[in-house]
Design a protein around this ligand. Structure first.
Ligand SMILES: Cc1cc2nc3c(=O)[nH]c(=O)nc-3n(C[C@H](O)[C@H](O)[C@H](O)COP(=O)(O)O)c2cc1C
Length: 361
């Protein structure tokens, strides 16, 4: 029996999924999940078209869940598909800010310390070794970087798509790896207030200080290093062998961006999801995971530029095949971004594009 003459509509910020054989509704704007029955499901479909509330248990539960609206969903302007919307809205903070209250500082500090201590016992491995044959690297030589002007380096950095097929020195690779991914300042990474020491610091900031990114190096033309795939051991500064280089060039893994085939080396930035899951189990942490790698990428670009190399970067690649090549344990380790460097002209246009431009000019 319909008792309320006012029509209601189902919110557009929901989706239905199955977990352990049971259907659930996920209200991703308000971060709430509800197990639903077949009756709920068929009623929800009616509300999707607009329906008057009935006075029964099903409608009462749907009303209380707060997923009905007063009008049909107003398709907001959104340039990506629904998946990106679910992710963006679903990881936005659902609550309004609470009023400013200085006395809460002590509660906040206490709960932060309690939280850190409660998770410390189960901390995942952060000093990663894969076990392959060790390849020692020379000590990084930071003198050239110390002498370089920050501003000139920032302005000089550019995305190059025209590399020469030339070898770079092992010192350059060592300095770039050490300066981007290596541990710095370990001795001073102490905590005066009782939070236990965790991991190591790098030159780039990292969400939660977790350093949840590893570097795998595609070595193609670096003096004194056999071409191959290596893992960089951050805290001890050496490379360990993963596998020989595949027969096909790098571009086959990078969606045919053929200008990368003359890079002297490339670094695959791999996220350690398990490290993020440990401290930040909410999927909002996917955002800082990406940003961590963005910071590392920029540090890489600046260091390589300051050493006189040209740089390139990409997020466009065949994930699964790269994960297999690097022998990663999915889903907890996954490639997220690729950067590379070598000698080159510095042109942002690859040679074929330049030729076409020249022909048409
Ligand atoms: C997150 C990100 C992803 C990128 N992906 C690609 C890519 O897949 N292929 C490519 O050739 N360049 C890529 N680039 C480089 C941009 O095209 C380049 O930074 C932009 O054109 C500005 O030029 P500049 O770097 O010389 O200042 C990417 C840059 C960023 C920051």
């Amino acid at each position: 029996m319909e008792t309320n003459e006012i029509k209601k509509w189902l919110s557009s910020d929901i989706f239905i999924f199955f977990k352990q054989g049971k259907p659930y509704l996920w209200d991703f704007r308000n971060h709430r999940q509800f197990e639903i029955s077949t009756e709920d499901f068929s009623r929800l479909s009616e509300f999707a078209e607009g329906s008057k509330i009935k006075q029964d248990k099903v409608d009462q539960a749907i009303t209380e869940a707060g997923i009905l609206t007063d009008g049909p969903s107003n398709e907001e302007e959104w340039g990506w598909d629904f998946l990106a919307r679910i992710y963006h809205i679903g990881t936005s903070h659902p609550n309004a800010p609470s009023p400013y209250e200085p006395s809460q500082h002590i509660e906040y500090a206490k709960s932060y310390l309690d939280f850190c201590q409660s998770i410390h016992a189960s901390s995942p491995q952060v000093l990663i070794k894969k076990g392959g044959t060790k390849n020692l690297l020379p000590t990084p030589n930071y003198q050239e970087l110390i002498n370089a002007s920050l501003w000139h380096t920032l302005v000089k950095r550019q995305t190059c798509r025209d590399f020469y097929d030339e070898t770079i020195s092992i010192e350059s690779l060592s300095t770039i790896l050490g300066g981007t991914l290596g541990a710095v300042d370990r001795g001073h990474y102490d905590s005066p207030v009782g939070v236990q020491r965790f991991g190591y610091r790098r030159t780039s900031p990292s969400a939660g200080g977790l350093q949840a990114t590893e570097g795998y190096v595609w070595v193609r033309k670096v003096k004194d290093i056999t071409p191959g795939i290596y893992h960089y051991v951050n805290d001890e500064h050496y490379l360990e062998e993963i596998s020989p280089l595949p027969i096909d060039p790098l571009s086959t893994l990078l969606c045919n961006q053929h200008w990368c085939d003359d890079l002297a080396f490339a670094i695959f930035f791999v996220a350690k999801f398990d490290v993020m899951w440990w401290k930040y189990p909410h999927s909002r942490a996917y955002r800082p995971m990406l940003m961590d790698i963005g910071h590392l990428s920029q540090t890489f670009q600046l260091l390589a530029t300051a050493l006189g190399l040209q740089t390139w970067l990409t997020g466009y690649f065949h994930d699964k095949e790269i994960n297999n090549l690097l022998k990663l344990t999915e889903p907890k380790e996954q490639v997220i971004f690729v950067v590379g460097a070598g000698h080159g002209s510095g042109s942002g246009y690859d040679r074929t594009v330049r030729r076409l431009l020249d022909e048409n000019s």
